[in-house]
Design a protein around this ligand. Structure first.
Ligand code: ATP
Length: 337
């Protein structure tokens, strides 16, 4: 029995959470993998109701669970996810971008993953005013850079892809910080002679994601560049509605969609739940590896192939050219399980 903590979030978060619960309950009923789900408050709603975006009881419940699912939160996102990533040392943010059939992708042969360093860079919150100037500290350490580089190479080793790691930075301008990141990645690359290693400036990478996205396999980069490039890579394969993410540490992991709370479509029952459900697929892969539980691998594969199948059959939500509501799309998934 796995204990899953679930932050239900803001904006479209509650709708995606309902979809996730429905799919998880079906898996609970129809398969041998069992779990209990604890719904938790965090984000704008928690700030309003409890006076804190990340209430102590939410944090305690997450720590008491085996794994956490997090729907998107709104304006207070930095007080929730950035804190959780650092507090739980979830140092690797994994963001796959894959062409699915009949999707508005730039090409049908894109299969890449962005590995984003998740604990440093401009996200440490060290900002201050200095006279009439405003300063933000960009912190990059050798240890964190080597740790994320190693993670990226290990992923490249396991994938069926081109066995290539592209280190993305801007060391021609940020010579000390990104110079260190680039050197750390190049040093780690020496331990992986079978994996091709290349370096690319972030502006060139942004362009190449449009020009030749199929040339990427694993991209490793710093926190802010990873945030920006993963929104771009999601769009390149058809949109944020299909974009999952994992925040992984040595002991714990948290899974969430790449996108934010999307207030413009909240409460309309039109959000695409695939981003969250494909994050749950990543959760099953992580549980499988951590607990040596091959049943979890099978469930993850089945969930992904059902979503693939639906999209292929033209059963889609509005954002990707279909007419299904969130609830209808979810029901199609549970029926096929
Ligand atoms: P943040 O800055 O909080 O990370 P973001 O930049 O990722 O957010 P969002 O508001 O999450 O931006 O998404 C941008 C737009 O993409 C939304 O306004 C919405 O129209 C669309 N979108 C995002 N997620 C989904 C979804 N699951 N289904 C359908 N449309 C979505």
């Amino acid at each position: 029995m796995y204990k899953i903590s679930l932050i239900t979030g803001d904006g479209i978060g509650p709708e995606l959470s309902e979809s996730a619960i429905s799919v998880l309950n079906t898996i609970n009923d129809k398969t041998d993998v069992k779990f209990e789900i604890t719904k938790l408050l965090a984000g704008d709603i928690a700030l309003k109701e409890k006076g804190k975006a990340l209430p102590d009881e939410t944090l305690a419940a997450i720590k008491n669970s085996d794994v956490c699912l997090k729907a998107p939160v709104g304006e207070s996102a930095a007080d929730v996810i950035v804190v959780l990533r650092r507090m739980l040392d979830l140092y690797a943010n994994i963001r796959p971008a894959k062409s699915y059939p009949h999707m508005p992708a730039l090409r049908d042969d894109i299969d890449m993953v962005i590995v984003r360093e998740n604990t440093e860079d401009l996200y440490t919150g060290k900002e201050f005013s200095l006279g009439n100037a405003s300063v933000a500290l960009r912190i990059i350490s050798e240890n964190a850079s080597k740790r994320i580089a190693k993670y990226a190479f290990e992923i490249a080793k396991q994938r069926d892809g081109m066995r290539k790691v592209t280190c993305v930075h801007k060391s021609n301008v940020m010579r000390i910080t990104d110079g260190m990141f680039a050197k750390a990645c190049a040093d780690v690359a020496k331990d992986y002679p079978d994996i091709t290693f290349e370096q690319m400036y972030v502006d060139a990478c942004a362009m190449n994601l449009i020009r030749q996205p199929h040339q990427f396999d694993v991209v490793v980069t710093t926190n802010l560049f990873g945030d920006i490039l993963s929104d771009e890579s999601s769009q390149v394969v058809g949109g944020l509605g299909m974009a999952p993410a994992a925040n992984i540490g040595d002991k714990f992991a948290l899974f969430e969609p790449v996108h934010g709370a999307a207030f413009d479509i909240a409460g309309q029952n039109i959000a695409n739940p695939s981003s969250f459900l494909l994050s749950i697929k990543m959760m099953f892969d992580w549980l499988a590896a951590k607990h040596n539980d091959s049943k979890c691998t099978e469930i993850g594969q089945k969930l992904e192939s059902i979503i693939f199948g639906l999209v292929k059959d033209g059963i889609k939500t509005k954002d990707i050219g279909g007419d299904k509501t969130t609830a209808e799309f979810t029901a199609e998934i549970t029926n096929r399980f």
